[in-house]
Design a protein around this ligand. Structure first.
Ligand code: NI
Length: 406
């Protein structure tokens, strides 16, 4: 496939150029002036796709159920009782619906924490979206009702199958005992799989455990730490480790009243920071484009020099790909062909000289024309070529009616 005549943003640090692009076997094979017939993308921008590094995709089943509650009420009174009722079909269609939303907003892959993992994987495989799938793990005095074993069995079945990757998902240090976290860390190390957990999201978590102890437990595994809102300035340095990725979820953190993570300081101190939306029950949209701008604005509240355009784009693209463990996030020969086509033939993309700024500060996910994953369109001009859209919407409604009625 050859994409022609588009403006091209190769990566977060580059300027925008007019170059053609060739894609072979799911990878980018050539960039430059290509003298072959191809798809004409005049008036459009091609750039690396986004990655959503923290979500619970099936929670689209609960979008809007608890908009004005505290974090505790939201989690313990609203979300957990409904999650007790979820079954395979609900998780499958919830995940499918979320992937439709994410693909239409330029997202090529997501890191998930949920249950009924085979349904999540099956949905992602059918859709053609990348997914790093982890099971939410909790225990009571060491008893986890077989959850960790299920997570491990899933990983053995699915890790590396197509675009699917697996990891472990200890929910949070306050819902897992220390012994259990150590056990998870040991298995993750042996299996060489990442760990995905919520860390220092709410302020009261600081009284429950010491983050240093947690980082120490996961010293030898890749750790995707969602939120990291409550880190104080002098503690941030301890997150700057090659194996740690912070997933910054600004909308969810604001909506649940948890505050604003010190992302500008994190980046300055060399912490790997990517972006996430969290689930649709706390955001309520799965829109990395939106998170990117909000992240930039929140850091600028304290100093307008914070979080420059290139840093915001990097969090959404390159850092997301690194957190997921894939060779993408930039448009370079040899890299995975995960990219988005943006319709820039709109007033808010002028003047064209500052196009890169407009991506962060003027554009929106509504401008996404197409999303490509590993060389295949998963969203194109309003359509979802890999799935039966009507069947998914019908299935979602049917499953949702059952969830609310049961
Ligand atoms: Ni979460």
């Amino acid at each position: 496939m050859v994409l022609k005549n588009a403006f091209l943003l190769k990566d977060a640090d580059s300027g925008i150029q007019k170059l053609d692009l060739k894609i072979e076997n799911g990878k980018i094979s050539e960039i430059g002036k290509i003298e072959e017939d191809g798809i004409d993308l005049s008036g459009k921008l091609v750039m690396p796709a986004f990655y959503n590094t923290h979500t619970h995709a099936a929670m689209s089943m609960m979008r809007g159920i608890s908009d004005d509650d505290t974090f505790d009420v939201w989690l313990f009174k609203k979300v957990l009782p409904l999650e007790e009722k979820l079954d395979e079909e609900m998780v499958y269609y919830g995940t499918m619906l979320s992937m439709m939303e994410m693909a239409s907003k330029g997202i090529a892959g997501f890191i998930d924490m949920y249950f009924f993992l085979d349904e999540v994987a099956k949905a992602a495989e059918e859709f053609g979206m990348r997914a790093l799938i982890t099971r939410g793990l909790v225990d009571e005095n060491g008893d986890d009702n077989g959850r960790l074993q299920k997570n491990l069995d899933f990983a053995k079945r699915w890790n590396g199958k197509g675009l699917i990757k697996a990891g472990f998902g200890p929910h949070a240090p306050y819902s897992c005992s220390m012994g259990y976290l150590r056990k998870i860390a040991d298995i993750a190390k042996v299996e060489n799989l990442p760990v995905h957990l919520h860390l220092y999201e709410a302020e009261w978590e600081r009284d429950e455990y010491d983050f240093r102890e947690i980082l120490d437990v996961f010293k030898y595994v890749k750790l995707i730490a969602a939120h990291a809102v409550q880190f104080k300035e002098d503690e941030i340095r301890e997150l700057a480790r090659e194996n740690i990725f912070v997933s910054h979820n600004p909308s969810s953190n604001l909506k649940l009243g948890n505050g604003v993570a010190r992302v500008a300081e994190m980046i300055e101190k060399g912490v790997n920071v990517a972006l996430g939306t969290d689930g649709a029950a706390s955001n309520n949209s799965l829109d990395i484009w939106h998170e990117m701008r909000l992240a930039a604005l929140l850091q600028k509240m304290r100093n307008p020099a914070n979080l420059k355009v290139s840093q915001a784009i990097k969090m959404a693209t390159e850092m997301g790909a690194k957190a997921m463990g894939i060779n993408a996030g930039k448009i370079e020969a040899g890299m995975e062909a995960d990219l988005i086509v943006v319709n820039i033939d709109k007033p808010h993309y002028l003047p064209i000289e500052d196009l890169k700024s407009h991506i962060v500060h003027a554009g929106s996910s509504g401008d996404v024309f197409a999303t490509m994953v590993a060389g295949k369109w998963i969203y194109h001009d309003g359509k979802f070529p890999t799935i039966d859209e009507r069947e998914v919407l019908k299935g979602f409604k049917r499953a949702h009616t059952r969830l609310m009625g049961s």
